[in-house]
Design a protein around this ligand. Sequence first.
Ligand SMILES: *Cc1c(COP(=O)(O)O)cnc(C)c1O
Length: 382
Amino acid sequence: MTQYLEQVLLTPGPTPIEPHAQKALGFAMRGHMDPEVFAVNARVQANLRTLYGTDANAFTCLLAGTGSLGMEAGFANLLEPQDKVLICANGSFGYRMAEMSERLGANVTVVKAPIGQAIQLEDVKTALEADAFKLVAVVHGETSTGVLNPAIEVAQLAKSYGSLVTVDAVTTAGMMPYHMTEWGIDYAYTGSQKCLSAPPGVAPVAFSSSAIKAVENRTSKVPLWYADLEGLQAYWDRREYHHTVPVQLHYALDAALTAALEEGLPTRAKRVQEVGGAALAALETIGFTAFVERPEHRLPTVLAVRLPEYIQDVPVRSSLREHNVIITGGLGETAGKIWRLGLMGESARPAIYHKFFAALEKVLNVKGLITAFDQQLGVSTR
Ligand SMILES: *Cc1c(COP(=O)(O)O)cnc(C)c1O
């Protein structure tokens, strides 16, 4: 049988698996209609309400797919052909939203911001003044560039114009504040392998009660049978067969989500700030700089750093991999220029960053990174 070595996974997803989730993967098989599985599902649904801060009549569940299915399911349920949708895009995931909406036949308007910069509220306002949109969608944390968008303000603004609101929670919910009712969000989704540190393969989603009403008021059928809200409600609420769910992934997500809520969402938000702040401070000592200029626009869960001139992107990352440390470079126009270090879930741990800095010290033949990291961590946790 093939053996796989432990790796230090510092990619912006997948993340190192949370220990209880790892154990849960080995639980005995059960049928998808077994009462024990329905009990797991009910706990997941209740915990997702807490994670997303939903209203009392919201619907939560897991989709059998990754975060992108969560994204697509939202548009497929909330949009009908010709519906007007406003998409905020300043990186790959924002543009993926636009692509999906277009494929569904919606009438898409895109508000853009340059790579590395946050969406400007004034631009959203201008678009909302010019036209009426059924739905406004924004990525909270744009993983491809490490930018935190002003999702709360976008959501509140869109609400005031009467639109439904989708906020991609993939890099935020579970590690940073996220609240559907307080912020006016109607549809939220994430991927199991991001901030919750479960294995990839399920997408936790939430529909607000307004979103549910909007789906019920459609004049055409939801084009994706698999992710049709009605079918999901049949299984998750009425316990009727819809499709065979990946039971082991439900066990693992349940364990990871329970662990996250037990640790406490505010504690996790503090942890990511501290570990990320210390990691940036240590990297700055050898010439790295934050890629996102304005500190308030930096996404705490994905540290994007610009490489100093003397460091070659691909060879250094390949050497790190020989030390079993995996990090990610830039995409598109940032390729070769930046690194992206994951701080989601279990990757935002000092022990993991110690391993990264130990390997980086060896590869670059420098000293003092671990010391600098620890010093900064000591300052911010004191
Ligand atoms: C990873 C990611 C997705 C897509 O998730 P997959 O699990 O790769 O399908 C969507 N949005 C954001 C912001 C992401 O980081």
